[in-house]
Write a protein that binds this ligand. Structure first.
Ligand code: ADP
Ligand code: MG
Length: 241
């Protein structure tokens, strides 16, 4: 399980995380909602050691991430698939080559690399597009290729950064279905960050709201919909300030 324990992070004078604590239980999908610029991506980056906390920390399977040495951090990152906000593909490589790239450092036999790449592309419905380049496919397909690259690692955890941003409603709904299917078929524990409430309710077993650097509220979708907290209500109803 992933546990955020009183995480503090500031950039210069700007306090982004101010005592953020949240448990992300295994075998479920936890969605973290919050306004743009509230610190959602900063939170994900702490899980894989791309950012260091000023105080507090993140534990993955009971181990404090910022206390790991380089080798331990590499081992940790193998367990965690990270689906970036932009698909972050290499334009000069085909979709299949992009997926293979993610496996390059794992020293797997070629047959294993080939079968994992094919399985991952099939899982996201891109088998027929394996030989195409990112510029030749739609935004939704690029996002799916980013997902294939993450799941080819056979991670225990998947971190999804704004998986539906920039997608049309139909493609967003397809993405929600893919997230649910990934959790169900691969048994991964997911943490999804988003400001898309429709997607949050569609995929979240639990929803937590980040506000002013902390968890403002956490509960099932049903509980969040029923909350009387005006800050949460305003966000989920999409009302202006
Ligand atoms: N490496 C960084 N250096 C300075 N400021 C940063 C850095 N990363 C994020 N920030 C700031 O932290 C705040 C939260 O960013 P972010 O986590 O990306 O928000 P979001 O919730 O939209 O993902 C923003 O004000 C952003 O400008
Ligand atoms: Mg972000």
């Amino acid at each position: 399980m992933i546990r955020f324990d009183n995480l503090h992070k500031r950039f210069g004078a700007k306090v982004v995380l101010d005592g953020f604590s949240l448990d992300v239980p295994d075998g479920a999908t936890t969605v973290l909602i919050g306004a743009s610029g509230s610190g959602k991506s900063v939170i994900l980056k702490h899980i894989v050691g791309l950012l260091q906390p000023d105080a507090g920390g993140v534990d993955v399977d009971g181990r404090r991430v910022d206390a790991l040495d380089t080798e331990e951090l590499v081992a940790l990152r193998r367990q965690i698939g990270y689906v970036f906000q932009s698909a972050a593909l290499f334009d000069s490589m085909t979709l299949a080559e992009n997926v293979r790239m993610g496996l390059a450092r794992q020293q797997l036999p070629e047959s294993e690399v080939a079968s994992r790449t094919a399985d991952a592309l099939a899982h996201v419905g891109l088998s027929d597009a394996a030989g195409r380049y990112p510029a030749e496919v739609s935004g939704g397909m690029r996002k799916r290729a980013g997902i294939a690259r993450a799941i080819a690692l056979r991670p225990r955890y998947i971190l999804w950064d704004e998986p539906t941003s920039g997608l049309d409603p139909v493609t967003s709904a397809t993405m929600d279905r893919l997230m649910r299917r990934t959790a169900a078929e691969l048994g991964t524990t997911s943490l999804v960050v988003t400001h898309d409430m429709r997607s949050a309710f569609a995929v979240g077993d639990r929803i937590a709201m980040l506000h002013e650097g902390r968890v403002r509220a956490v509960g099932t979708g049903e509980a969040m919909r029923a909350t009387s907290d005006p800050v949460v209500r305003q966000f989920i109803e999409g009302r202006p300030e």
